[in-house]
Design a protein around this ligand. Structure first.
Ligand code: GRF
Length: 202
């Protein structure tokens, strides 16, 4: 049986859409069982179209209430939590409850251009300001820092001399969809393999 995924978003949800498509065409052996957003966002429409249960837990709730709602809403059967453009800080208790089972997508070649305030176009502008000739994207495990967890996979994207932050962002996003899909497929394969081994009588 395939893995069970919960995807968390804050924005347009193009990476969520890539995951939905990859599960539908069996590139990923998994089912997305919940989509969670921390604000009203266009990405939730992808969950609606795919008939996936979705939840909006407002980041502006008092912190304790936010944490509590988040923990109660994430389905218990979740094997892997995927932060696909999710902008709120993940509570420590949730990280501890899912060791090496929460992953994040970041639009740079970590450890470069990560950390507090590094999201969206700011990342790409910082890459251009630093005169980098290569950028890219990373998928990493979530630990207690911001963008500091172990990197699982990366894809490189060239920076062109005439790039502005928007153009670079678009090129990186195309790679993100492929990188995230590939990485989640690999992780799900590992989960399924481990579960099958545990189910096999010795
Ligand atoms: C991506 O660029 C991702 O790297 C970052 O947020 C963006 C989300 O894009 N963390 P989308 O909502 O999946 O279109």
């Amino acid at each position: 049986m395939g893995a069970k995924l919960t995807v968390m978003i804050s924005g347009g949800g193009s990476n969520l859409k890539a995951l939905i498509d990859a599960c539908a065409n069996h590139t990923i052996d998994a089912e997305i069982i919940a989509v969670m957003a921390d604000r009203e966002c266009a990405g939730l429409n992808h969950a609606v179209s795919a008939h996936i249960p979705f939840y909006q837990i407002d980041r502006k709730l008092p912190r304790e209430q936010f944490i509590d709602s988040l923990q109660r809403t994430i389905p218990e059967q979740t094997d892997l939590i995927i932060l696909a453009g999710y902008l709120s800080i993940i509570p420590a208790a949730l990280i501890d409850a899912y060791p090496q089972r929460i992953i994040n997508l970041h639009p740079s070649l970590l450890p470069k251009f990560g950390g507090a305030g590094m999201y969206g176009l700011r990342v790409h502008q910082a890459v251009l300001d630093a005169g980098e000739t290569q950028s890219g994207c990373s998928v990493h495990y979530v630990d207690h820092g911001i963008d500091t967890g172990e990197v699982i996979a990366q894809a490189e994207v060239p920076v062109h001399p005439d790039d502005d932050a928007q153009r670079l962002q678009q090129r990186v996003q195309q790679q993100e969809h492929a990188l995230l899909t590939r990485t989640v497929a690999d992780l799900c394969h590992t989960f399924t393999h481990k579960t099958n081994q545990q189910d096999t009588p010795s």
